[in-house]
Write a protein that binds this ligand. Sequence first.
Ligand code: ADP
Ligand code: MG
Length: 579
Amino acid sequence: MTAETFEFQVEARQLLQMMVHSIYSNKDVFLRELVSNASDALDKLRIEALRDDALDVDVSDLHIEIEPDKDARTLTIRDNGIGMSRDEVVGLIGTIAKSGTAEFLRKLKEVQKTDNPDRAAAAEGLIGQFGVGFYSAFMVADEVTLLTRRAGEDAGTRWTSTGEGTYTVETVADAPQGTSVTLRLKPVDNDDRLFDYTSPWKIKEIVKRYSDFITWPIRLVTAAGEGSAEEGSEDGEDGGKPEPETINSRQALWARPRNEVSDEEYHELYKHISHDWADPLETVRIHAEGTFEYQALLFLPARPPRDLFTQGGSRGLQLYVKRVLIMEDCEELVPPYLRFVKGVVDAQDLSLNISREILQQDRHIQMMRRRLAKKVLSTLKEMRAKRPEKYAEFWREFGPVVKEGLLNDFENRDAILAACSFATTHDPEKTATLQEYVERMKEGQEHIYYLTGPSRAAVENSPHMEGYRDKGLEVLVLTDPVDELWVDAVPDFQGKRLRSIAKGEAELGTEEEKEQAKAEREQQRQEYGDLLEWLGGRLGDEVKEVRLSSRLTTSPACVVSDTDDVTPGLRNMLRAMGQ
Ligand code: ADP
Ligand code: MG
């Protein structure tokens, strides 16, 4: 069959351009990405073989091979994993399905246009957040050939591209099952072997650094003699291929003692499972002993994934049973409001064949889910106390998601509230926890006051604020859409009710002051009776009632709702949801 030529999708082409002209300074990561893909492919094959008895494949020696060829200046990364069908090759490699690609590229272009001396660093930061996976091969190669055959299919597919706008695809009769990616390496501009990716020494260094924990064997296949890097004897007297050398230690990080694992190693594991290029913000370790033993390594990302608020984004943790990965995105292990948490759970005593349906009811899964949620929440609380900047960074990005938990996780409500913080009129620079608010409450203050609105400025300039500001009463400034909902779902905090200052009668001051205000108001009501009646008549059906208020100090009038009315913000949100 003849080769067919295709054009890359526009976004893919733009992204490739950047890889070809290599704006990323740390090119070594291309190998991490290709090994990571190979490892994913092996995971997928084993899981599929576990589920599907009819799949006739040999899974007894799943592995990754790295084969450099110094003379041809090529590097091949090979796996005997799941492979790809022809359609998958075109769909997965020719296009970028990631949401937000267009926006990412726009931002990247903007950064590159500026005169900022930190331009390169800013561009790397953006790429780090986005990740480019397979395409990173074009940082070091001027031609990439991928040969693949999907497990269970007869024909294979060869894909070739120089990364310049088009690629060719052809069907191949005799491809081995799995995938091999061959890079024709760009010329090295100096003969420093540090940058020669055919050097066994260099390959080992990169694998050790980024992929050591990969549980599949990563074998270095070299011409005889070349494997022993330090001596580098080129002659290889006995000819033929020596036994390939396994160059990763394959130890599961979560099973190793804490003090023997470096932060960098944890971060590399995070990057592998999340496909993020940036370091995580926080690593959480759990070592549960007793009747049901398991270990977990959880990560809080530094940036939200692009699919955080869309349906069907990748969710959940990797579930292992005794070091064997049995499920990739096990959603049942984390509640929806912690869906940004990435990581690994390794249980001693679960069935390897556990299905998604059974998972939901499994007592052990539920137990782990509960414990993991509590641990993440307590970590957040601790972060706020001990690493406030880190917490603030986290909260800015993920606060709105965590607060969703207040709507449905009743069991953990207190723990969620303890992890939450809110903007407040007390100090515009700092957020406050409800605990801190309560400790600052004024003598005689019964409620926790808040005001919701579309932005901080809108809330702070609201006429409702005036009386509270004058009396020095602290008001929480709530500006996330979810705030409209949880304030109604949480009845109180330590016996103090949450109260919107935009609803019902304002109740400022001590009992005495209130009594006095009431008397005054009574007098005023008589004084202004005619005016109120006239206003009420003019506004007609627009309002329920016109009344005098003590909540204003400089504005002449404001609109309030009844205590149990929906707020304007919530009304807008419900309208947007089609209700
Ligand atoms: P990501 O790994 O983040 O999905 P990549 O660009 O690294 O993005 O890879 C794109 C897709 O191509 C993968 O999701 C996978 O479906 C497919 N793929 C890449 N390499 C392999 C491989 N060695 N075997 C099977 N599929 C692969
Ligand atoms: Mg990848």
